[in-house]
Design a protein around this ligand. Structure first.
Ligand code: E4P
Length: 215
């Protein structure tokens, strides 16, 4: 399973990239706005680190504008995936971009039928937002299981990118469901490596080591 960071913070991305557990990055207009920096400059810095998959979202709402932005974004770096929202205009744009060999991440997916359509028009990734569904009282993980099953049934090559992750249990459940990718905030990725018993065990080992004769 691939692990992505859901952020536009180059500092956070660099940290995880250097540890060696990062497979990609997803951004969205909200995350980019938080950084207060020019979008393209941020994208170039992320790509320059060597991150192999970097999703950058279009903000146009009509197909022509999406195509214009998508074609521009893909020229920035070969690692760019163009993120397109799940709307009729977005489906049309994705179909055209996919035929031009541009890799598209269809975003704002909240139903299995939307994911089915994204796969049919050739999206490389589909991004179901599970945390936002949970917030509404729906089971976000059930959507992941449905999409994984549908894609398996019909052998769609589209990868399931679990988005809107809020905590480590989401990552665990996504992995158990067979999702291809989980994208998460920095704080969640950091927690994946941690366990209080690891810290306690290490402290005890170091304490006991002091008792071992050294010469
Ligand atoms: C995914 O690509 C989105 O950027 C993201 O996961 C949305 O998460 P949120 O619901 O925490 O905003």
């Amino acid at each position: 399973m691939q692990l992505f960071l859901d952020t536009a913070s180059v500092t956070d991305i660099r940290t995880m990239w250097e540890i060696g557990i990062l497979d990609g990055v997803t951004t969205n207009p909200t995350l980019v706005a938080k950084e207060g920096r020019r979008f393209e400059e941020v994208l170039r810095e992320i790509c320059a680190l060597g991150v192999p998959s970097v999703s950058a979202e279009v903000v146009a709402t009509e197909t022509d504008g999406m195509l214009r932005e998508g074609r521009h974004l893909r020229e920035i770096h070969p690692s760019i995936y163009v993120k397109v929202p799940m709307t009729p205009a977005g489906l049309r744009a994705t179909r055209i971009l996919a035929r031009e060999k541009t890799r598209v991440n269809m975003t704002l997916i909240f139903s299995a039928n939307q994911a089915l359509l994204a796969a049919k028009v050739g999206a490389s990734y589909v991004s179901p937002f599970i945390g936002r569904l949970d917030d509404q009282g729906q089971d976000g993980m059930e959507l992941i299981r449905d999409i994984v099953q549908i894609y398996r049934n019909y052998k769609f090559p589209t990868q399931v990118l679990v988005a809107s992750i809020r905590h480590p249990v989401h990552v665990l459940e996504a992995a158990k469901a067979g999702a291809d990718i989980a994208t998460m905030p920095y704080a969640v990725m950091e927690k994946l490596a941690r366990h209080p018993l690891t810290d306690l065990g290490l402290a005890q080992f170091l304490k006991d080591w002091e008792k071992v004769p050294k010469a």
